[in-house]
Design a binder for this molecule. Structure first.
Ligand code: NDP
Length: 300
């Protein structure tokens, strides 16, 4: 069997960013509106600092306004909710991103609920979760959708065209990845199975998949012989593992070298789904600004 065509998420994300940048310029020219993204970081977790910095930097590169809010690790829930209320009311802010995880003293669901659903560019607000959960097949996504799942669905549509009638198995049922990926695939008319840690004979379930999306956080867990020959495999996992040289490297949840000769399409880690997440955040922010300006949804 021929080797899988690698799905180049890095290149696709770069194209998406370019199209979003053009969309930003067109919106400015048409309405004078500059899309604005507010990022909120509570505490000093180094990984979160890197993520938030890269999001703000990319927004600025695409011509958006970026508002960076850093709060100390000891911030109370009330203080954070006050900031969120201020950003909800700020006409220059179209997207609000509260970086997770939040410190223990803050109840994350209360904060996610406080974000104006129209500015919820992460797609985590219960209203947006409900919108995705009740969307009609093929209907337009004219509300914010979680970024990593949106990125997975864009990569699949680009690689396969129509997904209608294909059997998609999503391994993982988190609110962040697995569940919204499954909803997006259902919207694309796939027959969807959601698998998780209690699934019996996971290997056999995976082997029945035309599309296999894996988001569990376990390095190399899905083996080559779990994959149906010719399947499209989207590996969402990001795991840091030690190398023989005493360094670390990133690997996915799928045993990449084993999957390569069996799958027809495969995302590498890194360079697959990862770069799509921030690009989709920019996409969501542009769409939020367009909606605020009363303009219709545009596919970019
Ligand atoms: P969670 O830990 O929230 O969820 C993991 C899911 O995997 C759970 O539903 C769990 O099942 C399931 N699971 C765990 N072990 C097994 C197993 N042995 N067999 C079957 N299912 C299992 O993780 P996330 O969804 O947040 O993230 C998953 C992965 O995706 C991580 O590696 C994360 O780093 C990566 N990720 C990558 C992103 C990107 O930008 N590319 C963005 C977000 C996440 P159960 O519900 O039964 O416990």
């Amino acid at each position: 069997m021929a080797e899988a065509r690698l799905i180049d998420g890095k290149a696709f994300a770069s194209g998406l960013r370019e199209r979003v940048g053009k969309g930003v310029a067109a919106l400015k020219a048409e309405t004078g509106v500059t899309p604005g993204l507010a990022t909120v970081l509570v505490g000093d977790d180094p990984a979160s600092q890197v993520y938030v910095r890269s999001k703000g930097k990319m927004a600025a590169e695409l011509g958006m306004a970026s508002f960076d809010h850093r709060l100390s690790a000891g911030t109370t829930e009330e203080e954070l909710l006050t900031l969120v209320a201020r950003l909800n009311a700020d006409p220059l802010v179209n997207g609000i991103l509260v970086q997770l995880p939040l410190p223990k003293q803050i109840e994350t669901p209360r904060v996610l609920l406080a974000v104006n659903p129209d500015k919820d560019v992460d797609g985590f607000h219960p209203i947006n979760v409900g919108r995705l959960g009740s969307i009609a097949p093929g209907a337009r996504l004219d509300f914010p959708v979680p970024c990593t799942p949106l990125g997975c669905s864009m990569l699949l549509a680009d690689a396969l065209g129509s997904l209608a009638g294909l059997h998609a198995v999503v391994v993982g049922r988190s609110n962040l990845v697995g569940r919204p990926v499954a909803q997006l695939l259902l919207r694309a008319n796939c027959t969807v199975t959601i698998a998780h840690s209690r699934t019996r004979d996971l290997a056999a379930v995976c082997r029945s998949a035309d599309i296999l999306v894996v988001a569990i956080g376990k390095p190399g867990f899905v083996r080559g012989d779990w994959i149906k020959p010719g399947a499209a495999v989207i590996d969402v996992g990001i795991n840091r593992v030690p190398t023989a040289e005493g360094k670390t490297r990133l690997v996915g949840d799928v045993a990449f070298a084993e999957a390569l000769p069996i799958a027809a399409h495969l995302t590498p880690v890194p360079g697959g789904v990862g770069p799509m997440t921030v690009a989709c955040l920019m996409y969501n922010t542009l769409q939020a600004a367009r909606r605020k300006a009363g303009l219709p949804f545009v596919a970019v």
